[in-house]
Write a protein that binds this ligand. Structure first.
Ligand SMILES: [Mg+2]
Length: 221
C-alpha cells in the first residue's frame, strides 16, 4: 500500500469534533479583540460557521469578517491544544499503532480541523506522519473541507503517490476519500456505532490495530 492517510477527530483524538464550548470561547475572544459587544442573540449567531452570515454581521458592525474568522480559528486552536496538553481531550488507546504503521508505510494526517491543530497533534504525539494537512484558517479554507477532496488530493501530490487508504470515522471521510480515488476504511467508535454511511467503504475497522494486518495482507498480494 502506497500510503495510509488518517482523519484526526474521532479517529485519533477522542470524540467526533472540537467541543462547541471551544468555538464559543474562541468567538467571544475574537469579538473582544475587535472591540465588538454584540447582543446575546448576535453573539450566538457569530458562533456559527456560516461565512455568508458572518460577512453580513461583520459588515453591519464595520469589521473585517476574514480577520474575525482567523482570530477565532487561531484562538480555537490554542484552546484545543491546552485541552490536549491537560488531558481533557485524549487520544484513543489504539493510536499507539500509528508509529508502528509509520515504520512500515507512508502515513499522513488530513483533517477538517484547523491546520495549526493538525500540526500540533503531529508534533505533540510524534506519530511519524510524513505530512499533515488541516483546513486553512479562512472562509475559503473552511469551504474546501471534506467532502471536498481538495486537501486529500493536495496531500497525495505532496507525498508523490496516486493511491492509498483513507481512514475516517464519518460519511464525509468515505465520500471525500472516494473522490480522491483512495480506498477507504471506516472506524467504528462509540460515537458512530450506528451511523449509516452515504457510501460504502472498502473496510470497516473496530480498531486501528487492524491496519497492521490489513497492510500485510494487501502488500503480500
Ligand atoms: Mg472525524
Amino acid at each position: 500500500m502506497q500510503a495510509i492517510l488518517f482523519d484526526m477527530d474521532g479517529v485519533i483524538l477522542e470524540g467526533p469534533r472540537t467541543d462547541p464550548q471551544v468555538y464559543a470561547d474562541a468567538t467571544d475572544y475574537a469579538l473582544s479583540e475587535l472591540g465588538i459587544e454584540p447582543t446575546d442573540d448576535e453573539r450566538e449567531a457569530f458562533r456559527e460557521f456560516d461565512p455568508d452570515g458572518i460577512r453580513e454581521r461583520a459588515a453591519a458592525h464595520g469589521f473585517d469578517a476574514d480577520e474575525f474568522w482567523k482570530l477565532r480559528d487561531d484562538r480555537a486552536s490554542e484552546l484545543t491544544h491546552e485541552r490536549v496538553r491537560s488531558g481533557d481531550r485524549a487520544v484513543y488507546d489504539d493510536a499507539e499503532t500509528l508509529s508502528e504503521l509509520a515504520e512500515r508505510t507512508t502515513t499522513a494526517l488530513v483533517t477538517n480541523n484547523r491546520h495549526r491543530t493538525a500540526e500540533f497533534v503531529d508534533n505533540y504525539f510524534e506519530f511519524g506522519f510524513e505530512t499533515v494537512r488541516g483546513r486553512d484558517p479562512s472562509m475559503a479554507g473552511y469551504q474546501r473541507r471534506k467532502p471536498n477532496p481538495a486537501y486529500l488530493e493536495e496531500t497525495l501530490d505532496r507525498l508523490g503517490v496516486d493511491g492509498g487508504l483513507y481512514v475516517g470515522d464519518s460519511g464525509v471521510d468515505v465520500v471525500a476519500g472516494q473522490k480522491a480515488s483512495l480506498e477507504t476504511a471506516f472506524v467504528r467508535r462509540p460515537h458512530n456505532r450506528s451511523v449509516d454511511l452515504p457510501a460504502e467503504p472498502e473496510y470497516e475497522l473496530e480498531s486501528l490495530t487492524e491496519l497492521l494486518e490489513l497492510l500485510e495482507t494487501v502488500d503480500s498480494h
